[in-house]
Design a protein around this ligand. Structure first.
Ligand SMILES: Cc1cc2nc3c(=O)[nH]c(=O)nc-3n(C[C@H](O)[C@H](O)[C@H](O)COP(=O)(O)OP(=O)(O)OC[C@H]3O[C@@H](n4cnc5c(N)ncnc54)[C@H](O)[C@@H]3O)c2cc1C
Length: 367
């Protein structure tokens, strides 16, 4: 890099905190740290020209768990841990809305619907577990009657009863991230894109052509973290997303979950967005490489055509994003070496927990 004295001084010298990764966690960490200590000099480094993990690639569900997902989790998580996770998701969504007003991220609270497959006994069992899940949500966030059983008329291929979550919302992830970016910039946080960190050590990060020093370092690289910290107990998985052509007769009214949330779909601008199904191709989708595959695309296309619309459609947009997941669903927020902290492993609900993870990480870094 050919840098002037001014550039060198402004961006690279005397940083108190370097944040690696400009996703929802990186920007929330920087914003929370700067809010707590306005005199801190903070630099956010992002490897790509656009944030290229999950925060601008996701489906924009502001959700905290469908009934089949909560039931599945209860098979390997304690009640206490589940309640804590729902609380974390809900509080994260509230914090997000204090950072970004609803109107600025096109937030809509239209609720969410979980559709059920009659031939799947596990999915069908969810109808008998509404009370248990409502108790869990009430214990977590104090809101009663979150889930209710409703008639389902979207498609005869699903059971005629579905589960409605009245507290779910949806948003535009790009608007959310643009608003966070603007907020960070306006607070005086320096943000540089196209800056890949190759290695980290206590008080130093290595770019391709220089080493930057900083008193504190926060690693917010989620699914891509093991390139920097190979021992973190997590792995990268891919989620593919598709958006149909515009439909004259779009039957979707809100956001929808299917099969423990592995498949999700919603209406956007008269189109249907659908994504997920990585559980059907676990080996193929355990990767940090972006990309689309014919098998998964075909599966989601058939899902839209046969289960939702009953007619053929074309996909007009497609992309993928990378998630960080682990054996348990709680994120990793900890110090990994002296003065180097991580806030990673956000799983499939980073829109919900990202702001809270950023705040917790900032608190830990500054303490
Ligand atoms: C397709 C898809 C759909 C999803 N749908 C939803 C949803 O509807 N609701 C929901 O709550 N969650 C959803 N998620 C999950 C959510 O998007 C993520 O959990 C969340 O965005 C993670 O945020 P993050 O800041 O931790 O990571 P990311 O957004 O992945 O940000 C990490 C950033 O670090 C950068 N980076 C990585 N390595 C380096 C390096 N060496 N140097 C510099 N920069 C680096 C990356 O480029 C990236 O921009 C979805 C995820 C995907 C992929």
């Amino acid at each position: 890099m050919n840098l002037s004295y001014w550039e060198e001084r402004h961006y690279f010298e005397d940083n108190d905190l370097i944040v690696i990764g400009a996703g929802i966690v990186g920007l929330s960490t920087a914003i929370a740290a700067k809010s707590a200590k306005p005199n801190l000099k903070i630099l956010v480094l992002e490897r790509s020209s656009l944030p290229s993990g999950a925060s601008t690639k996701n489906a924009g569900f502001a959700c905290f768990g469908s009934v089949t997902e909560l039931l599945s989790d209860s098979q390997h998580m304690s009640y206490h841990d589940q309640v804590a996770l729902i609380k974390m998701r809900w509080e994260g969504l509230q914090l997000l809305q204090t950072n970004v007003p609803r109107v600025d991220m096109s937030y809509r609270s239209r609720g969410g619907v979980e559709v059920l497959d009659t031939s799947d006994s596990f999915q069908m069992s969810a109808l008998d577990e509404i009370t248990r899940c409502n108790t869990m949500v009430a214990d977590a966030i104090g809101l009663k009657d979150c889930f209710s059983i409703v008639d389902q008329s979207l498609s005869t291929t699903f059971h005629n009863k579905a589960i409605y979550n009245q507290f779910e919302g949806e948003l535009n992830p790009m608007y959310m991230m643009a608003a966070l970016h603007k907020k960070a910039f306006n607070m005086g946080i320096n943000l540089l894109y196209g800056m890949e960190v190759e290695a980290i050590a206590t008080r130093a990060v290595k770019l391709s052509d220089r080493i930057l020093n900083s008193s504190l370092i926060a690693v917010c690289t989620n699914g891509l973290s093991r390139a920097l910290l190979p021992k973190l107990p997590m792995q990268a998985v891919r989620n593919q997303v598709y958006v149909t052509e515009r439909l004259d007769d779009n039957p979707l009214e809100s956001c929808y979950h299917y099969d423990q949330g592995y498949v999700y779909f919603r209406e956007i601008d008269g189109r249907i967005l659908i994504g997920g199904a990585r559980n059907l191709y676990p080996q193929q989708e355990t990767t940090s490489e972006f990309g689309q595959t014919d098998n998964l695309k075909q599966h989601l296309q058939s899902f839209v055509e046969e289960k939702i619309l009953g007619k053929t459609i074309k996909f007009e947009y497609e992309w993928s994003g990378i998630l960080g997941v682990g054996e348990i669903k709680t994120p990793i927020i900890k110090e990994v070496m002296d003065d180097v902290y991580v806030g990673v492993r956000l799983g499939g609900m980073g829109v919900a927990i990202g702001s809270g993870v950023g705040k917790s990480l900032a608190d830990m870094v500054l303490s």
